[in-house]
Design a protein around this ligand. Structure first.
Ligand SMILES: Nc1ncnc2c1ncn2[C@@H]1O[C@H](COP(=O)(O)OP(=O)(O)OP(=O)(O)O)[C@@H](O)[C@H]1O
Ligand SMILES: [Mg+2]
Length: 311
């Protein structure tokens, strides 16, 4: 076959495949049809709209890109987000869902758990373990590309999350291979002390924030998770067996980051030019440690409420 014929054949073949794929996706509910990862958009969103979090930006975009490049991963992607309140943990998990699925966070394949809502009573751990395991197993059977987000892990009853251990590692006895394509995100404030301490020491030493590396933090975060009975991972075999692919530290935000949050929200309300409000909200936050007045104790969390007050 000449090169020309070959090119024509391939392009026709692609078009026909595309038409069949579309037809198939309109009649079936296969989750691969909704799975439309856009790594470039995810990176763009992370780098443009998340302030002061170079580690989270780098780790999340790299881990997700590497994981999705592998058509047959030998284990799922397991990320664990850590840091103080209002530093962007939940926001980043939302961005992840938004750029993986056609129907974004409303995709039926993105599952969010909040312990106070789904697992409120510590003495029901046994029952929750059975329910959580069968929920995850059922959803993985339906859709290997499922995403499971566990927010506020510090409120998770101890001993519950370990029920997921067989799904998180390179386990070959779990049903088929579906479980290896899933993504798990755990979110908690556990580790905030060490993250904030390292960030403060780095600042006092006159170094750039961007010089902080994951290796400065990850062992301490893993140890804190394992040793504290309010981390959700107290004495957990998930930590012992190193089943977390990536720890993602969120650094405390300083006034300049808070003011970026304020400006961005003002712009969304067509009030970009209200520098007076930026200044007022930035000045109204509580910063710590007291002597340095440096990191916002609530990150960017109270920003929209304060804008309403000053605008
Ligand atoms: N690093 C950041 N860059 C940009 N905006 C941010 C950042 N951190 C927080 N925000 C803003 O603050 C709001 C609250 O952030 P988010 O809910 O992600 O905090 P969190 O880290 O999950 O806190 P918590 O531990 O209290 O749940 C977000 O909706 C976003 O508008
Ligand atoms: Mg949150």
């Amino acid at each position: 076959m000449s090169v020309f014929r070959c090119v024509v054949f391939l392009s026709l073949y692609n078009q026909v495949c595309g038409v069949f794929h579309k037809l198939y996706c309109t009649v079936s509910e296969n989750c691969d049809c909704d799975f439309k990862p856009n790594i470039k958009d995810l990176e763009w969103d992370l780098y443009k709209n998340i302030y002061g979090q170079h580690l989270a930006q780098d780790i999340v975009s790299e881990e997700v890109a590497t994981f999705l490049q592998n058509k047959s991963p030998d284990r799922p992607l397991v990320l664990s987000f850590h840091g103080s309140s209002g530093t962007g943990k939940t926001l980043v998990s939302t961005m992840l869902g938004n750029h993986l699925y056609g129907s974004a966070m409303s995709s039926p394949y993105v599952h969010q758990f909040v312990p106070t809502l789904h697992f409120p009573l510590p003495h029901f751990v046994k029952k929750y373990r059975v329910e959580l395991k069968s929920w995850v197993e059922g959803n993985l059977t339906d859709c290997g590309r499922s995403v499971f987000i566990f927010d506020e892990m510090e409120k998770m009853p101890p001993g519950l999350i370990d029920v997921l251990e067989p799904f998180l590692g390179p386990n070959h006895v779990v049903f088929r291979t579906n479980y290896r394509k899933a993504i798990y995100v755990f979110i908690s404030t556990t580790g905030e002390k060490v993250i904030n301490k390292v960030t403060e020491e780095n600042r006092q030493a006159g170094r750039e924030r961007e010089e902080i590396r994951l290796t400065d933090l990850q062992d301490d975060i893993a140890q804190t998770l394992y040793n504290h009975n309010t981390s959700g991972f107290f004495h957990s075999s998930i930590i012992k067996k190193k089943l977390i692919t990536g720890f993602v530290p969120f650094l405390p935000l300083s006034r300049r980051h808070v003011e970026r949050c304020v400006r961005s929200q003002l712009c969304q309300r067509d009030s970009c030019n209200r520098s007076d409000v930026v200044e007022a909200v930035g000045g109204d936050m509580i910063y710590t440690p007291v002597a340095g007045q440096y990191f916002s104790t609530t990150g960017c969390k109270a920003v929209s409420a304060k804008i309403n007050f000053f605008l």
